[in-house]
Structures are given as structure tokens and as C-alpha cells.
Ligand binder design. Sequence first.
Ligand code: SAH
Length: 281
Amino acid sequence: MSKKKYKNDYRTKVVRQVNEDAVKAKKHLGQHFLNDENIAEKIADTLSFSGYDYVLEIGPGMGVLTKYLLEKSIEVHVVEIDSESVEYLQAHYLKLRERIHEQDFLKYDLTAIFGDKPFSVTGNFPYNISTQIVFKVLEMRNQIPEFSGMFQKEVAKRICEKEGSKAYGILSVLTQAFYEAEYLFTVPPTVFNPPPKVDSGVLRLTRKENYELPCNEKLFFRVVKTAFQQRRKTLRNSLKTLNLPGSLREDAIFGKRPEQLSTEDFISLTLKIQPYAVSNQ
Ligand code: SAH
């Protein structure tokens, strides 16, 4: 056997060993496994890990990011829907065993893990449920001081966008009402297996010091959603369904389109509407 041949054989064997129990990517679970260790480590470094004792990773898959989280001085929990990935994690991350929750993140009541204690959330997320992940985090904001992770680039950018831009929308306003949003870096499809069709983007959300809304929260969500459902129209037109008195609709703010309003503007708009709307909801 020539030296070269031997080398090739050896390589094949190693590859087979690595792949033997590897999880086969399932499209319906949005599985695109990250295979770049530097990027995994960079994502793990996006959180401060201070001011709370737990971090929750959504969708750990085979644990490429998890292993860097386990190096931090924090208690790591993971929630993973795929039983094959759970088996893999159980076999490879003994330290994690008790803290692997085989659950659907969207349906699982996280207080079953954390009670009322604060925790941060991170992950290379399943892109098919990105928006729903953000909405669940917003709902649980009282317990989530920090959030970071990877989405498809377009969604990550949209969350961080400011007024005046095309991508600015419901997700940007609602997130930025409670969190400072930072777009951190872009990740190309080539570092995933299988590669997704689009670029990915990593972001960080840091809860604002004062994240209590001064206005009625339900109404705020309703105003933002209703306004952006018809984003080309002025608020005077798009908010007609709220049945506001004509005198209020004379206010200059109603002559604007939703993408011209900052989060703070939406809050002051809600405060103006509140005396009329809350009573007739
Ligand atoms: N973090 C891993 C895997 C990313 S792929 C990596 O970077 O390689 C997305 C992961 O989310 C998959 O492991 C998938 O099984 C999991 N997932 C998909 N939907 C989920 C849900 N509703 N709840 C929890 N995990 C989910």
C-alpha cells in the first residue's frame, strides 16, 4: 500500500466515525447545522452572562454552540424538539443531561424550568419559527434581560431597523419598545450543513433599563399592528377601525405613515388614543 493510499483510507475512516451518529438534517424542523467553530464561539460570546444565573439555548441540534456555553460560568439549559438531536446530546454532553428539555420552545411553559427567575436566551434558531420566537421572548420580557442569536439575515436586520427604512415594521417597533437591538454580524450559507438559501445574521437584544410601557400594552400592540397592515396609508386612514373622534384625528401625527414613527412616537400616539379606545374595546 502506498503512503498516499494509506492516508486516504485513514481519512475516510475518521469521517465515517464522526458521521456515524450525526443527526440527519430534517427540513421541516428548520435544521441547518453550523459547522464553523469560530462562529459558534462568537455567538456564545454575545451575551454578558451577568445579572442572572441561567441561559436557555433554543434548538441546540448537535451542540456546536452548546459546548461554548458550557464553558461559561452559568447554568445551561437547552430546549430541543428533535428526539434524534436529544439522543445525540445525551450521548455527547454528559454535563448537560438533566438540563436537556425535549420540548417545542413555542409551546413549553418556561417557568417549569426557571420559575420566576431571570434567564437569557440564545441559539442558532430554526428559521421557520423566527418571528414566533421573538414574540414569545417579548411576552416573557420580565424574565429575559438579554437575548442573542442567529436568524435569517433579513429578519435579524428588520428587528434592529429604525424608522424611515423600508424594512422597519411591527417586529422592529414591538421589540425596540422593550429592548435595545443591535445587529452584530452576517454569516454566509457556506458554514451550514445543509446550507440555507439565504445569508444569516446574528443580533443581540438588551432589555432597556426602564422597559415598562407608559401606555396600555394591548392597545399599543393593536395600534402598531393595525398601522403597519396598511403601511402606505396615513394613520388617519389606517387607524379608522379604531373609531376615533374627528378632533383627535386632526392631530398632525395622524398625517404620517407608520414607517415615519419611532417606537417613542408610537407610544405617544397610543397615549393620545387611549382615553377613547380603551373604553370601546
Ligand atoms: N444550533 C444547532 C442547530 C440549528 S438548526 C446548530 O447551530 O448547529 C435549528 C434547531 O432547532 C434544530 O436542532 C431543530 O431540531 C430545532 N428546533 C426546530 N423547531 C424547534 C422548536 N419548536 N423548539 C425547539 N427546537 C426546535
